[in-house]
Ligand binder design. Sequence first.
Ligand code: 13P
Length: 251
Amino acid sequence: MRTPFICGNWKMYKTVAEALAFLAAAKDLVAGAKEVEIGIAAPATTLKSLADAARGTNIKIGGENCHWEKEGAFTGEISPAMLVEVGASFVLVGHSERRQYFGETNATVNKKTKAALAAGLQVIVCVGETLAEREAGQTRAVVVEQIQKGLEGLGAGDFAKLVVAYEPVWAIGTGKTATPAQAEEVHAVIRGEVANLFGKPVAEALRIQYGGSVKPENVKEIMAQPNVDGALVGGAALKPDSFAKLVNFRS
Ligand code: 13P
């Protein structure tokens, strides 16, 4: 009932030329994929070319971040409408690297989420605990607070275009994947909290992606968990054949 959503997050990798070469190779490899939503979040400089090249394929293109204002004196920032204009259809908000290195907080996540939804973008809101938080037994509290504050003030209708990604910080780029059971446990917490806040139908329809060292070798068992509805993938989404294996996780 929830269509799986496999999404690459390229982070600060790929020039325009590299992005287009990836797409040219990947699009045929995933063209036959059924019942799966496919996305690539890419550097801002590549979005226009990528979105143009992806038109007519089953791959959608998104931004990795945006600002919450429509325009203004915010040097270096990009508005949701600017993403829409170049053909992006979704955006990541609150990625742990944004939280860790660029001062993203639950409050800015909330403002960005609302602004991006208002501009018509689909939003992937990223949450997840650090290793220290996990070891201190705070995983549940941290993730619940990220959900409560990040999604505060949204209406049930907003969830048609909202996806949550659970990315334990200690599993990102480390090769240390959460076990399927660890992922499932936190995904269930997230779905439970969304049910508390927005009602059970909203929670049941919400897609929750797992992210953190997902690769072709482990995607199938992670996707088999009942509350895991997709994957948000960094390193293993940088090569077309690996990306295609993730998308075609059922085979
Ligand atoms: P890796 O897949 O490289 O661990 O990165 C995960 C991630 O941060 C996706 O947003």
